[in-house]
Design a protein around this ligand. Structure first.
Ligand code: BG6
Length: 477
C-alpha cells in the first residue's frame, strides 16, 4: 500500500462519549440524563424519536448507560491502554448532569468537576490531548421535565452557564473543544439530539427547527466564551457527515441528493459561515415554519463562528426520486439511504465506502475552507474470542486501513485535517441500539447485551495494528 505523509503533530487517537462509557449514572451527585432513559430494542427506537410516556427509569427495565463499561471507575486502566497504543488525543464528552445535576442548579457539583480534572490529568500525564465535546446526546432530565428541553429558549442560558463553567475550570488542560455532537442528528433522533418529547398533534418539524435555532445560538455563545476564556484554544462544530449520491444522473435525483446534504449542511453553514443560508430560509417558508428569533441572534451567529469542522464519517448515502428504487432502503448511521449496488454493508446494514470518506472530506473543505477534524469513524462488528482468548478482528483493520488511506488521499488533495479519532477505541454501548455486541474497539470489553460480564479488558489484533499506524505517523497502515 502507498505511503501517506501526515503532519508531525497529527492528532491520532480515539473518541468516546460520557453517556456510552462512564456508567456510575447516579454516583457522586450526578443527575439523570436523557440517555439514562433509553432501554434496548424497539422501545429504544421509539423513545429516540421522541415518543415516551414517562421521564423516570422503569422498574425491571435494563438501561445500558447505567453501568456502561464503568469508565468512571476504570478510566486509569483504559487511559494506560490508549497510551500504550500511542494516542496523541482522546475525544471525550463531559456529562452535563454530572456538573449540573438538574441543569438549572445555581452552583456546579464539585465532585463531577473533580472527576474530569482527574481524567484530563491522567491523559496529560501520557501526553494525550483531551478533545472535549460539551454536549454529546446529553440533556439533564430535569430540563426536559421542567422546561420541555430545547423547545424552550431558557435552555440557551443553562447551556451557556454549563459551557462557561467547564471552559473556566479546564482552561489550562483542554485546548480542543466541540459544542454539540452531530448537531444535525436532532432532525432524525429528536430525543437523543435535543431531549424533545412529542405529544399527539405537535407540529414536529416546527419544534425541531426551533430547537435547532436555540442550539445554534447556544453553540455561538459557547464559541464566544471559549475564545474569551481560552484564546489559544480551538472550538469546532460536529456534523454527522457522509455525502449523498444521486442514484442516477437524472437531474431530479441529483437535485434530491443536493437537498439531502443541505438538510445537514444547514447547521454547519450557520455555525461556520454565521448565517441562515438562502435555501434554508426557503425551506422554512415553504413548510410554514416560523423561527422565534431574538434581535441579537443574527449578530451573535455572525460574530462567533467555529474554528474547525469536526465530523463523523461512517458511510455515504444514496438517494432517488424513483418510488421503485426507494423501496430498497438500508440503515447507515440513522439516515435512511437507498441501497448502493456498488458497495458492501456492515452487519448492521451501514454502507462501507472508504472513497466516500475522501469525497466527504473534500466536499466539506471546499465548502467551509476551515480545518477539518475527523472525530468519528469505524466499523461496528461482532467479535468472537478464540479459545486462547484472542480476537482476530481483521475485518476492522481492513475497514480502518482503507479509510485511513482515503484520508491520506484527501490530504494530498489539499484538505487540511487536524486529527483522526476513531470511534470507540474500547468497546462501548452502541448509541443507536444500546447493544454491547456492536463493537468498534481495539480493546474488547467483556460484557454482553444483557449487561452480563466481568468488564475485563482484552487487546484485539487491531490494537497492535493501530499502535503501528500511530508509531509510523500513518506511514504503515
Ligand atoms: C455517532 C454518534 O452517530 O455514531 C456516537 O456520535 C455513536 O455516539 C456512533 O455511538 C456509532 O453509532 P452506533 O449506533 O453504532 O453506536
Amino acid at each position: 500500500m502507498k505511503n501517506y505523509i501526515f503532519p508531525e503533530n497529527f492528532l491520532w487517537g480515539g473518541a468516546i462519549a460520557a453517556n456510552q462509557t462512564e456508567g456510575a449514572y447516579l454516583e457522586d451527585g450526578k443527575g439523570l440524563t436523557l440517555v439514562d432513559l433509553l432501554p434496548t430494542g424497539q422501545k429504544r427506537w421509539e423513545i429516540m424519536m421522541g415518543k415516551l410516556d414517562s421521564l423516570e427509569p422503569k422498574e425491571g427495565e435494563f438501561y445500558p448507560s447505567h453501568e456502561a463499561i464503568d469508565f468512571y471507575h476504570r478510566y486509569k486502566e483504559d487511559v494506560a491502554l490508549f497510551a500504550e497504543m500511542g494516542f496523541k488525543s482522546l475525544r471525550v464528552s463531559i456529562s452535563w448532569s454530572r456538573i449540573f445535576p438538574n441543569g438549572d442548579d445555581e452552583t456546579p457539583n464539585e465532585a463531577g468537576l473533580k472527576f474530569y480534572d482527574q481524567l484530563f490529568d491522567e491523559l496529560l500525564k501520557f501526553g494525550i490531548e483531551p478533545v472535549v465535546t460539551i454536549a454529546h446526546f446529553d440533556v439533564p432530565v430535569n430540563l426536559i421535565k421542567t422546561y420541555g428541553s430545547w423547545r424552550n429558549r431558557k435552555l440557551v442560558k443553562f447551556f451557556e452557564n454549563y459551557a462557561t463553567t467547564i471552559l473556566e475550570r479546564y482552561k489550562d488542560k483542554v485546548k480542543y473543544w466541540m459544542t454539540f455532537n452531530e448537531i444535525n442528528m436532532l432532525l432524525h433522533l429528536p430525543f437523543v439530539g435535543a431531549g424533545l418529547v412529542f405529544k399527539e398533534g405537535d407540529n414536529e418539524l416546527q419544534i425541531k427547527y426551533q430547537a435547532a435555532h436555540y442550539q445554534l445560538v447556544a453553540s455561538a455563545l459557547a464559541v464566544k466564551a471559549c475564545h474569551k476564556i481560552i484564546p489559544e484554544a480551538k472550538i469546532g462544530c460536529m456534523l454527522a457527515a457522509g455525502s449523498t449520491y444521486p442514484y442516477t444522473c437524472h437531474p431530479d435525483d441529483v437535485f434530491d441528493g443536493m437537498e439531502k446534504d443541505r438538510e445537514s449542511f444547514f447547521f454547519i453553514d450557520v455555525q461556520s459561515r454565521g448565517a441562515y443560508p438562502g435555501y434554508a430560509k426557503r425551506f422554512l417558508k415553504e413548510n410554514n415554519i416560523s423561527i422565534n428569533m431574538e434581535k441579537a441572534d443574527e449578530e451573535l451567529l455572525k460574530s462567533h463562528t467555529v474554528d474547525y469542522i469536526g465530523f463523523s464519517y461512517y458511510a455515504s448515502r444514496s438517494t432517488s426520486t424513483d418510488p421503485e428504487v426507494l423501496k430498497n432502503q438500508t440503515s447507515g448511521n440513522i439516515f435512511g439511504s437507498v441501497e448502493n449496488p456498488y458497495l458492501e454493508k456492515s452487519e448492521w446494514g451501514w454502507t462501507i465506502d472508504p472513497k466516500g470518506f475522501r469525497i466527504t472530506a473534500n466536499q466539506l473543505y471546499d465548502r467551509y475552507q476551515k480545518p477539518l477534524f475527523v472525530v468519528e469513524n469505524g466499523l461496528g462488528a461482532v467479535d468472537e474470542m478464540s479459545e486462547n482468548r484472542e480476537i482476530h478482528d481483521d475485518y476492522r483493520i481492513e475497514y480502518l486501513r482503507k479509510h485511513v488511506a482515503e484520508m491520506g488521499e484527501a490530504m494530498e488533495d489539499g484538505v487540511e485535517i487536524l486529527g483522526y479519532t476513531s470511534w470507540g477505541p474500547i468497546d462501548i454501548v452502541s448509541a443507536s441500539t444500546g447493544e454491547m455486541k456492536k463493537r468498534y474497539g481495539y480493546i474488547y470489553v467483556d460484557k454482553d447485551n444483557e449487561g452480563k460480564g466481568s468488564l475485563n479488558r482484552t487487546k484485539k489484533k487491531s490494537f497492535y495494528w493501530y499502535k503501528k499506524v500511530i508509531e509510523s505517523n500513518g506511514e504503515q497502515i
